[in-house]
Design a binder for this molecule. Structure first.
Ligand code: PEP
Length: 257
């Protein structure tokens, strides 16, 4: 099997923008990314999904939700199921983001359940993994990230892996302005690929898109994206500024994977 990885640049808007603002932001991004040779996705709050799906029409921009529940329906007040997302036309979901793990009690086990439900519903998953600063300082980054990856993929078949994108996001780099060096990013993305190869095979591991996320911006994207095992970016802060987001998309297009 040949290597067919393509860059994926995804914005994670977090809890920002109401529907009207979401439309404006997408309308501003659209012309700037129309020549993109990579995949472009915007991860918006649930209430913005309808507006975002409408706004991306006529472009190649995909729309992601930022979470989904693992059950199909039932007594889960405040939750949204994966089927609800696909019924709207949503194509992607971000799962296991460190903010969900840190503030909302997500664990490796619940992330695994969410991944299962998302795949069953037909979504493509952007699965976030990454170590805390203390874990990096204690030298256990590899173990932590391998464990998160293995558990999250626990029920994922080789065929389903084509709908999994992994985002390596060191927690100490998210929203802090402190970016991993290109070498650090590549090292851990490569380690995730090793982990996937050990679970499946090198043929499949070589085709999994592994993004870096953590203060990626217009200034540092080109260097990060030039790394052989970095296949894109999950971008928080910079995805809210059309020109910055477009510059990152352009960097991926120029890097040309
Ligand atoms: C994120 O939210 O996934 C993220 C990487 O945020 P930021 O780019 O702001 O660090």
């Amino acid at each position: 099997m040949s290597v067919m990885r393509k860059y994926v640049i995804a914005g994670n808007w977090k809890m920002n923008k109401n529907p009207q603002e979401a439309t404006q932001l997408i309308e501003a991004i659209k012309p700037l990314v129309k020549e993109a040779a990579c995949d472009v996705v915007v991860g918006v709050p649930f209430v913005d999904l309808t507006a975002a799906l409408e706004a991306v029409k006529g472009s190649k921009i995909g729309v992601a939700a930022q979470n989904c529940h693992w059950e199909k329906s039932g007594a889960y007040t405040g939750e949204i199921s994966a089927d609800m997302l696909t019924s709207m036309g949503v194509g992607y979901v971000i799962l296991g983001h460190s903010e969900r793990r840190t503030y909302f009690g997500d664990t490796d086990v619940t992330v695994q359940k969410r991944v299962r439900a998302a795949l069953d519903a037909g979504l493509t998953v952007i699965l976030c993994v990454g170590e805390y600063l203390e874990q990096r300082e204690q030298g256990v980054t590899g173990e932590v990230v391998a464990m998160q990856t293995k558990i999250a993929l626990g029920s994922v078949s080789q065929e389903e892996l084509s709908r999994i994108i992994i985002a390596y996001e060191p927690v100490w780099a998210i929203g802090t302005g402190r970016t991993a060096t290109a070498q650090q990013a590549n090292e851990v993305c490569a380690l995730i690929r090793d982990t996937i190869a050990s679970l499946y095979s090198w043929d499949v591991a070589d085709n999994v898109v592994i993004q870096y996320g953590g203060s990626m911006n217009a200034g540092n994207a080109a260097e990060l994206l030039a790394q052989p095992d970095v296949d894109g970016g999950l971008i928080g802060g910079a995805s809210l500024t059309p020109q910055d987001f477009a510059t990152i998309v352009e960097a991926a297009t120029k890097a040309g994977k």
